[in-house]
Design a protein around this ligand. Structure first.
Ligand SMILES: CC(C)(COP(=O)(O)OP(=O)(O)OC[C@H]1O[C@@H](n2cnc3c(N)ncnc32)[C@H](O)[C@@H]1OP(=O)(O)O)[C@@H](O)C(=O)NCCC(=O)NCCS
Length: 167
């Protein structure tokens, strides 16, 4: 993958919302079946998170990486001067492992300009709709912990424990 945007993020701390390919739009849910050009933008967002959270960067654009992987797109309008029209760019993503036995929210990252505006709160019911009960991976940032508290998130195991009859 071309190193577009990674070095400037690492050295100059410049982070950019991701524009779609000319004449195309990002899918709301990107899977292994989605148009391939989208993958590099999700890798780029994941790189931004790796830089901010210092948590390593394991994601690539390969088929192997995307086999059991599904990513949600946080999309916002922007004005495209070239076409004099409104388009949707990618301001964050949430990446899930979905291998049919386990569903895990692996990471979630939103561009700082769009944080605290309810984007994750709005998306959360869509996550539940698609995956049912899912795990949220660790380590978790303070912001994510605050978010999980605010929505009363329960890990799948926790729900089972609560559901067990008491003696
Ligand atoms: C964590 C993150 C994805 C949350 O997304 P968001 O769209 O900004 O969150 P929302 O605006 O939907 O917030 C909903 C609730 O979550 C909680 N919350 C959000 N940000 C918080 C923060 N920084 N600290 C504590 N609680 C927070 C609040 O209860 C908030 O409700 P309120 O706005 O009524 O107070 C986003 O802040 C982010 O990308 N942070 C950097 C990367 C990161 O930490 N990723 C998680 C790694 S595990």
């Amino acid at each position: 993958m071309r190193e577009f945007g990674y070095e400037e993020a690492r050295t100059e701390k410049i982070i950019r919302p991701q524009k779609p390919q000319s004449g195309a739009e990002f899918d709301l849910w990107v899977t292994k079946k989605s148009a391939r050009w989208q993958r590099k933008h999700f890798v780029q967002i994941r790189r931004y998170q790796a830089i901010e959270c210092n948590d390593g960067m394991l994601m690539t654009t390969s088929d192997e990486c995307w086999r059991d992987f599904v990513a949600y797109s946080f999309l916002e309008d922007y004005y495209d001067k070239k076409t004099d029209s409104l388009k949707r760019w990618l301001v964050g993503t949430a990446g899930f492992t979905d291998n049919h036995t386990e569903k895990v929210l692996e990471y979630c990252w939103i561009h700082p300009f769009w944080r605290g505006k309810g984007l994750l709160r709005y998306a959360w019911p869509k996550f539940s709709e698609r995956f049912g009960l899912f795990h949220v991976s660790h380590p978790q940032s303070n912001a994510m912990r605050g978010f999980l508290m605010s929505v009363g998130h329960q890990e799948p195991g926790q729900v089972l424990e609560l559901a067990q009859p008491t003696a």
